[in-house]
Design a protein around this ligand. Sequence first.
Ligand SMILES: [Zn+2]
Length: 265
Amino acid sequence: MFHWLNDHRRKKILEQEFPAEWRKILQNQVAHYQFLNNAERFHLEQLIQVFAQEKSFEGCKGLEITDEIRVVISAEASMLLLGLPHDLYKHLNTIFIYPSTVVLPRARQSMFSTTPLVVNTEIPISGQAFKRGPVILVWDAVEKAARHPEFGHNVVYHEFAHILDMLNGHADGVPPLHDKESYATWSKVCTKEFNSLIKKSQQGKSTFLDSYGATNEAEFFAVATEYFFDKPLKMEKNLRDLYDILKGFYNQDTAAREKNYRPKF
Ligand SMILES: [Zn+2]
């Protein structure tokens, strides 16, 4: 069976010790790092080490790439992979990082092409992901989200959820699931919650998930992923079925993790 460490170069990278300064960055800036147990931290650090080395980080608009930027982004992208069989986002080579919210020509991705089509409208974005790369991120949004999961918005989780979704070809809100039987349940649960989100948003009712998730199935999965990692206890309580299929897919029990981490009174 394929394993991400069946690769000589990666093994070589991991012969080096995880830098103490990088661990300090994780402790100070990536809130979810604190939630992990020792085995998970060890695994995350391995993923970070390889991710940070293999991917190219390109600063845009004068942004200088620091260890802080490299480590925080690598950590959050890797967090999604902790329980997954994966090849470390194989098709993604480059991450472009802007200092703050950027207004880009609206890029629309065709299902059949890997290059963005540029159309005329301009929209402010804090991130964007393309099939087979690149990913675009905005550093001030990344930094804030890493420190403050309680807001329920995390652009790195969001964009890398899109990359996982696109692993089987389409941005359709269905990443490659672990077995055939899971597809029926996935479709049933997501269709129900997606339609409910659309309906409530149209009626102007408040919704648990951000109404941006009603845009299409791909955004629904990306937004649900943000909540799964950032607000798992609330999600488990409010949208139990959705929480359960994400728990099955990511193979992580984020609610249990948050419960254990919380100080007990
Ligand atoms: Zn999106």
